[in-house]
Design a binder for this molecule. Structure first.
Ligand SMILES: *Cc1c(COP(=O)(O)O)cnc(C)c1O
Length: 374
């Protein structure tokens, strides 16, 4: 089946009582135990509504099994801890999502796990692997500069050295990039973004092999970061339109990236879909579309605060991946905790704005951006 069809059909359960075409919501936390092996219980990650989502994501990502969590960070923290323990070392990237970055700096020390932040290149990530390294965590494209890293190369060197390779695939979504097929071991998503897609729910998911999913689920049962049946249903409903949304959002983003690169008020546009951008050829080789996130740096003559204030349709908001277009200043939101020098080092200037492109008509979005800049 193709992605669009998988989004609609994979995993769903027809209502056995009425023949309804939608998965019924099974809210029970107590289930009859006689004559059955795997008794459902929400914190065991095995209730019907949770399993429907896992099956849909497994079919979209080409995975065997997975675990659905109550947030992206629950997915990431549980997954990393499932493969690294005290005395082990983890390699991460400089440009990881802020929450993952602070998880490493704040929580690893308590757990006795050492870590290294490597620069955003396959070579730097592979070179940071030591003999105690058990896990590598990467992202591509990255936030907020949309850098693209060679996923096949990272996967191959992790495999050579017996290290578990994990990728946060949130920005690409399972419609545009399938890292397991490129050799990665584990894929995580913050489902709060494109999977949910309507800025109204929080969740995370990990998909991988049967064996690794079991290891993650065993630990997850202790940590307990689950999602309830009602939210699972909302997410299942959203997933049915994921491919459709990504198609529109990606095409809007491509048009906007082209428009912005021609405006004199814009110094630089960061979007892997632009020919000549850092990650363009790599993105072509590992993604089926360039995604709906882009960033741009305003010229010194335009104040980013004024620009945000003048926007009428596009709302300044944190988070991303919704059907509505939102914008943010990474220096004031996702990267506010970093020192100004550190931000400068990784290339996040105060004039940088990050756009999460939605499904509106692209001409309305372009008109709004145009009037706000000038
Ligand atoms: C939002 C986000 C997360 C964290 O997800 P939550 O659902 O907020 O816990 C992780 N990685 C990326 C790339 C994100 O954008």
């Amino acid at each position: 089946m193709k992605k669009d069809t998988q989004c609609v059909h994979s995993g769903g359960i027809f209502d056995p009582v009425t023949g309804g075409v939608n998965t019924p919501i099974y809210p029970s936390s107590a289930f009859e135990y006689r004559d059955r092996q795997d008794v459902p219980y929400p914190r065991y990650f095995n209730t019907p509504n949770q399993r429907v989502i896992v099956e849909k994501l497994c079919s979209l990502e080409g995975a065997e099994d997975g675990v659905l969590f109550g947030s992206g960070m629950a997915a990431i923290s549980t997954t990393v801890c499932a493969f690294a323990r005290a005395g082990d070392h983890v390699v991460m990237m400089d440009e990881l999502y802020g929450g993952t970055h602070s998880f490493a700096t704040d929580a690893f020390a308590r757990l006795g796990i050492a870590h290294t932040f490597a620069a955003t290149s396959a070579e730097a990530v592979c070179a940071a692997i030591r003999k105690e390294t058990k896990v590598v965590v990467i992202e591509s494209p990255t936030n907020p500069l949309l850098s693209v890293i060679d996923i096949r190369k990272v996967a191959a060197c992790c495999r050579d050295k017996g290290v578990v390779s994990i990728i946060d695939n949130t920005f690409a979504s399972p419609v545009l990039q399938n890292p397991l097929g490129l050799g990665m071991d584990v894929v995580v998503h913050s489902g709060t973004k494109y999977l949910g897609g309507h800025s109204d729910l929080c969740c995370g998911i990990t998909v991988t092999s049967t064996e690794k999913a079991k290891t993650i689920r065993d630990l997850a049962r202790h940590f307990g970061g689950v999602m309830n049946a009602q939210t699972c249903y909302l997410l299942e409903r959203s997933l049915k339109t994921l491919a459709l949304r990504m198609e529109r959002q990606t095409s809007n983003a491509g048009r906007i990236a082209g428009y912005l690169s021609e405006r004199k008020e814009v110094k630089k546009v960061f979007y892997p879909g632009l020919a000549g951008s850092q990650g363009h050829s790599l993105a072509r080789s590992q993604m089926t579309g360039f995604g709906a996130m882009l960033s741009f740096e305003l010229d010194a003559a335009v104040s980013p605060d004024d620009c945000l204030r003048r926007l009428k349709l596009i709302r300044p908001a944190v988070s991303l991946g919704g059907i509505e277009t939102t914008i943010c200043s990474p220096a004031k939101t996702s990267h506010a905790k970093m020192s100004a020098e550190e931000r400068k080092r990784i290339g996040v200037s105060d004039a940088l704005l990050r756009l999460s492109v939605g499904i509106e008509h692209v001409e309305d979005l372009i008109e709004d951006l145009g009037q706000a800049m000038g």
